[in-house]
Design a protein around this ligand. Structure first.
Ligand SMILES: [Zn+2]
Ligand SMILES: [Zn+2]
Length: 395
């Protein structure tokens, strides 16, 4: 059946790569991905999926469902396969992260399963997830009830090599504003209270903390608003902070120390402050079985530069999904090894033969892995068992 599945995807090549090229040529972002969402949902509707627009709190997010009852009697194994796609670009750069390939690849996988796998029962749920780069929309979508209807979550992403990730970093970021008192810096400095002093003390506090956190902790900061001329005691200073760890629970301990540092810095400088949390990404609960399934199907599909899972990974809103639901993303090679995403090289490769192949390899990897799970309940049991086991270790 897998041969028929892969052949079905090959037959859709022109349609799928045409959609990818169109999305590439019409970059949209930040929850305003109207054209991409319409293009993708129109295709799903034409192919018999029931589409709901505007799910999870985003106008351009969607949920598309196809259910096949198959030949089996009621109450038998009926896996719910989730396939998630992004379609947002980078502001000012266009599709520098390759998200234009994801929707077509995921749709190719979903429709091919529907057309070739008719006997067995299953449910396919395709989620369109906008604003990954700017808002991490999946974090809000999951809070608003999305993704709880699927047994597994699959994604694909363009990449320099074909691989998966074992981990991703939980990330909590904050915007901190200190409010001081303005005064002449030479004539009446004793009347002033420097907001900038508080920010500098906070940065130093983070440096002193660095020795006393778990090894996998990352902490970065920057000044996001400069306080003004040197002869005026700075009245307002704004800093941004990112705190990361592969464990959400470890990160929460670091975040508690961070709040103490900010409070202490404000006390030392005699200023007031407010803290706004700007992101809350969770770490992934690893499910190596799903990684293996995707990689095995990528190999069957003939994807190039198969590589071991990435060791250095950042933070992603998909982590929040994979914290609750077993999931994995297949990264498919389409740019030379060592190429960074969010780069001109990613843009230049966006509509090449390699990008078109990437769409097809991504579709086949996801479709093949989904088919394996639909055909073999024991595989799904193994996935769920590993997820439950690893929840104890990585939560
Ligand atoms: Zn990106
Ligand atoms: Zn990306």
């Amino acid at each position: 059946m897998k041969d028929a599945l892969f052949q079905n995807i090959d037959e859709k090549r022109e349609t799928l790569t045409g959609m990818a090229d169109y999305i590439f040529d019409h970059p949209e972002y930040d929850g305003k991905e109207y054209e991409a969402a319409k293009l993708l949902t129109d295709y799903l509707k034409e192919n018999g999926f029931t589409v709901e627009m505007g799910v999870g709190g985003y106008e351009t997010a969607f949920r598309a469902v196809y259910e096949n009852k198959g030949d089996a009697a009621d109450g038998t194994y009926m896996p719910s396969i989730g396939i998630l796609c992004e379609y947002d670009a980078l502001i000012g750069l266009g599709h520098g992260c390759g998200h234009h390939m994801q929707g077509p690849a995921c749709l190719g996988a979903a429709v091919a399963i529907k057309e070739t796998c008719t006997g067995l029962p299953y449910r396919l749920v395709v989620y369109g997830t906008p604003a990954e780069e700017t808002k991490g929309a999946k974090c809000t979508m999951i809070k608003n009830g999305c993704f709880h209807d699927i047994d597994v979550a699959f994604m694909m992403h363009g990449s320099p090599t074909t691989c998966t990730d074992v981990k991703c970093l939980a990330d909590q970021s904050f915007k901190v504003t200190f409010h001081g008192k303005r005064a002449h810096a030479a004539l009446a400095p004793e009347q002033g209270r420097s907001a900038f002093d508080a920010l500098l003390i906070a940065f130093n506090g983070i440096e002193f903390l660095r020795e006393h956190v778990p090894d996998d902790t990352r902490m970065h900061y920057t000044v996001s608003q400069l306080p003004g001329p040197a002869n005026v005691v700075p009245v307002e200073a704004v800093g941004k902070f990112h705190l990361r760890s592969f464990s959400k629970s470890n990160l929460e301990k670091v975040v508690a120390r961070f709040h103490d540092i900010i409070k202490g810095a404000a006390l030392i400088a005699g200023v007031t402050y407010e803290v706004e949390q700007t992101s809350d990404y969770y770490n992934k609960i690893p499910v190596l079985k799903l990684n293996e399934l995707l990689m095995e199907n990528a190999r069957l599909a003939g994807a190039p530069r198969l590589s071991p899972p990435r060791e250095r990974t950042g933070s992603t809103d998909f982590g929040n999904v994979m914290y609750e639901v077993p999931g994995s993303c297949i990264r498919v090679a389409f740019v030379p090894e060592g190429t960074s995403s969010h780069s001109q090289e990613f843009i230049d490769a966006g509509k090449t033969e390699d990008a078109h192949n990437c769409v097809i390899y991504g579709a086949k990897s996801i479709a093949g892995a989904a088919l394996d799970l639909i055909q073999d309940p024991s595989l799904m049991d193994a996935v769920k068992a590993e997820f439950t086991e690893n929840q104890k270790k990585f939560r």
